[in-house]
Design a protein around this ligand. Structure first.
Ligand code: SF4
Length: 362
């Protein structure tokens, strides 16, 4: 294979200054440009695709081209089309597992296999099995933010973008939704006239889980942010966005709620609204703080309020030095077991089915 052309160090800096200021300070660009240059050079040399989740910090996100950026499902689907020799997934391991399930013959790598997730870590295959025993015959829909062993025990996966639609269309009048309790409560509210949503802790003693990042936003926070940043409810050019994993009262008081991708699409639509009086000028997003940083870089004319104490400690484990170490290991022909995501064929086969069922709804 012909090696792709690589950027010089000066070209890397030029690109970073062009795309990532003012959210990244020049001191950071100067400090990290050489590492980024080395990473991009090895990426091209070894035909690597680097998939960047929206929650990566901007300089890590910059390693991925636009078509390599997105949410966990979008990235896994992209991975199934790439002819890259290695797939590096800049995200947490459960996301890389989905990429592996959809691309079992490819080498999928993560920079830090110890990165966890409060949702996925606290809900495994045995938890799904226990709940199913209590509610036999009711379809189990599992959030894609889960490990392969939990998916393998479920009937269908969902994302925050398609959960309501899939639940509506599943047979019967009840759906078991795991593991996110807050997401489940939001789904229950959304579908209250149409479908009964059963989840861990609702009329039973089974444990569920929550996203420790989105859980942190309270109604009080949203009201304070509206006041501090002058984002009144219903203003045509100022928006508070919330992710499905937030508390129900936060969703009810947002101007728009949805998945990461739906929030991004709504911002893009409002930024380009032909009616100038509707064009987005200010926004706050109740989600992981680096999502806002990346949206600020993409939409520089919008003023984004930030709450950067809300960071995902697990996502933050993916750093430039670790990514460089991984690429140097590839370059030196070292054993990649420290980075490689491996699943048994049995788990891959069982976890693939609920994902494929979900994809039929796209
Ligand atoms: S933001 Fe972090 S804790 Fe929350 S679902 Fe994503 S990886 Fe898990």
């Amino acid at each position: 294979m012909t090696q792709k052309p690589t950027l010089t160090l000066d070209e890397v800096k030029e690109r970073l200054y062009g795309r990532y200021s003012p959210t990244v300070m020049s001191v950071d660009i100067e400090a990290q440009a050489e590492t980024i240059h080395k990473i991009l050079t090895l990426k091209a040399k070894h035909n690597v695709t680097i998939l960047g989740h929206n929650y990566m910090e901007p300089l890590v996100f910059s390693l991925s081209e636009e078509h390599e950026q997105g949410d966990s499902l979008g990235l896994s689907l992209y991975a199934s089309k790439t002819d890259a020799d290695y797939i590096i997934f800049n995200g947490v391991p459960f996301m890389a597992e989905t990429a592996k399930i959809l691309n079992p013959e490819k080498t999928v790598l993560v920079a830090d296999k110890t990165a966890g997730c409060s949702l996925a870590d606290n809900y495994r295959g045995e938890d799904v099995r226990a709940l199913k025993e209590q509610y036999p015959g009711i379809p189990v829909m599992i959030y894609i933010n889960s490990y392969a062993d939990a998916k393998a025990e479920s009937d269908i996966t969902c994302t925050s973008a398609n959960a309501a639609n899939i639940a509506r269309n599943l047979p019967g009048d009840k759906v078991l939704f795991v593991p996110d309790i807050l997401f489940a409560q939001n789904l229950e509210e959304e579908l209250k006239e149409e479908k009964e949503i059963i989840y861990p802790g609702k009329g039973n003693n089974y444990k569920g889980a929550v996203c420790e990042v989105h859980e942190r936003f309270s109604l009080n926070d949203i009201e304070q942010i509206r006041y501090d940043f002058d984002i009144p409810k219903g203003h045509p050019q100022r928006m508070v966005y919330a992710h499905w994993e937030c508390k129900p009262e936060v969703l009810r008081n947002a101007d728009f709620y949805g998945s990461t991708t739906q929030i991004r699409q709504d911002i893009a639509r409002r930024v380009n609204d032909p009616n100038l009086e509707n064009r987005l000028e200010k926004a706050f997003i109740a989600s992981e703080c680096e999502l806002t940083s990346n949206l600020q870089n993409e939409f520089p004319n919008v003023e984004f309020a930030t709450a950067c104490y809300v960071r995902c400690q697990h996502m933050a484990k993916t750093t430039l030095p670790k990514i460089l170490n991984m690429l140097e290991a590839i370059d030196n022909g070292e054993n990649l077991s420290k980075y490689e995501v491996n699943l048994s064929n049995e788990v891959i086969e069982s976890a693939r089915l609920p994902i494929e069922r979900m994809l039929e709804y796209r």
